[in-house]
Design a protein around this ligand. Sequence first.
Ligand SMILES: C[S@@+](CC[C@H](N)C(=O)[O-])C[C@H]1O[C@@H](n2cnc3c(N)ncnc32)[C@H](O)[C@@H]1O
Length: 218
Amino acid sequence: MPRKQLVLLGASAGWMLPTCWLAQFEEIHAWDIDPLASPLFRWRHGRHLQSQGIRLHLNTADGLDHLNERTREMPGAFFWFDNMLGQLRFTNEPLDALSRRLQALQKKLQHVAWGSVHDRMSGRTTLGTSLPLSRLGLSGVAMETSEGQAWLQQMGAISPWLDHLTEHVLPPGTPVQHTAWPFKPGYAHWLEMGWHPKASSSRADAEWCPVHPGFDAR
Ligand SMILES: C[S@@+](CC[C@H](N)C(=O)[O-])C[C@H]1O[C@@H](n2cnc3c(N)ncnc32)[C@H](O)[C@@H]1O
């Protein structure tokens, strides 16, 4: 994983990100549409990052706008979508258009290293179910496959669950971690997280980091 520049999309205050993980990078460029994200991010991480000489650029804007420009400007950066892409279905964009836009990210980002942690599905669970441990797999497990159904059953999912439209975000075959997140009693999210090296670099060059650093993997 490149460690010079981090482009962090959907940063919020970086609640899920340990400061020491952020401090691996020399420069951080973060985006969030929420105007409170920047001051809170600075409050939570700023002092330590500054003391390490890490340059922090916080932006209040749509992280998906001008993505092509950003990949051209920072071709060696690591682009990380931090639990943002699964939230986009709550905007006014028609769902089929959004699905296509999410799938098109693969092409936009093919010349950089990038990754995402996102909701795949969420919904009610049988109260008292102890959620399964995180497990490794490959991206794009469809809900209706036996693998998808077995995973939902382990979470105690009560149908219907909400599809966050992120099945095709990561390129097919990307190694991912599937995690069950207890959002509140009787309600869980299925999170998928993984990253992809730059298209030009070989898999052997890439060290795969399977665990999202800030999650309490269960
Ligand atoms: C679930 S939160 C992410 C939490 C965050 N990564 C953390 O560590 O606390 C999703 C964030 O994505 C932001 N967001 C949603 N759509 C966005 C967009 N198009 N561009 C940038 N940020 C966006 C929201 O404002 C919100 O702060």
